[in-house]
Design a binder for this molecule. Structure first.
Ligand code: AMP
Length: 230
């Protein structure tokens, strides 16, 4: 059976990370977040991490070769055997081309889910976002607050504001999205992959994840039927 690859596509703050964390549990597949991987590299302090750190702090995108290499290695890991969710990748047309080749060579036909969120909602979401430095759980002070203010529900750690969620960096990240990432949407639509869209802000994260899962199950059925017909 082909491995499931779900590409979660959307602007910063559209809920990709939150959805990926919910879906990886319900679907039992791996979660690949290039942002998390890069933050780990930065924390480890190696040369690559240092190069990435200044770019990330300014809100720009790190070079394609660096991210492409990371993703190529990551999807070979054993936990990706059943399938994987891509969160924050591809973010440029060049990354999308590489991914298309990679998946084709593995016989994987990805599903693309576009999380649509209004620009003003994104800005207010990013400025109210909090993250647990220990387990990575994401919260929003307005729409998905922890039970105790500023404290992680899962491990009690004090929540932090990511450096790149500061207003001036948020503006630059959204500019990078418009210039470099939005064109990827047309590429993915044109690639003939199953393509779905959900409103990313009109319900709780759990309800939105449920909608995405229902859509995925429908697509998987279609893909498996197509596979049997070959
Ligand atoms: P994220 O956590 O997905 O919002 O990513 C945080 C930052 O990491 C971005 O603002 C970029 O600087 C960098 N980054 C993450 N994924 C990519 C990617 N696919 N290509 C280039 N830069 C990335």
């Amino acid at each position: 059976m082909p491995r499931l690859c779900l590409i979660l596509f959307g602007p910063p703050g559209s809920g990709k990370g939150t959805q990926a964390k919910l879906l990886r549990q319900s679907l039992g597949i791996a979660h690949i977040s290039t942002g998390d991987m890069l933050r780990e590299r930065v924390a480890s302090g190696d040369g690559l991490g240092q190069e990435a750190a200044s770019i990330m702090q300014s809100g720009g995108l790190v070079p394609d070769e660096m991210v492409n290499r990371m993703v190529e290695d990551r999807i070979e890991q054993p936990d990706c055997e059943k399938g994987f969710i891509l969160d924050g990748f591809p973010r440029t047309v060049s990354q999308a081309r590489l991914l298309a080749e990679l998946l084709k060579s593995k016989g994987i036909n990805p599903l693309v889910m576009h999380l649509k969120v209004d620009y003003n909602v994104i800005v207010s979401r990013l400025s109210g976002r909090r993250q647990c430095p220990t387990c990575g759980a994401l919260y929003s002070v307005t729409s998905n607050a922890p039970t105790v203010s500023e404290v992680c529900d899962y491990d009690g750690s004090k929540l932090v504001i990511r450096d790149d969620d500061r207003p001036e960096v948020v503006r630059e990240r959204l500019r990078a999205y418009e210039r470099q990432t939005e064109p990827v949407l047309e590429f993915l639509k044109g690639a003939g992959y199953a393509f779905g869209e959900v409103e990313g802000a009109d319900a709780s994260p759990q309800v939105i994840a449920g909608r995405i899962e229902t859509w995925i199950r429908g697509q998987k059925g279609t893909q498996e039927e197509a596979g049997q017909g070959r």
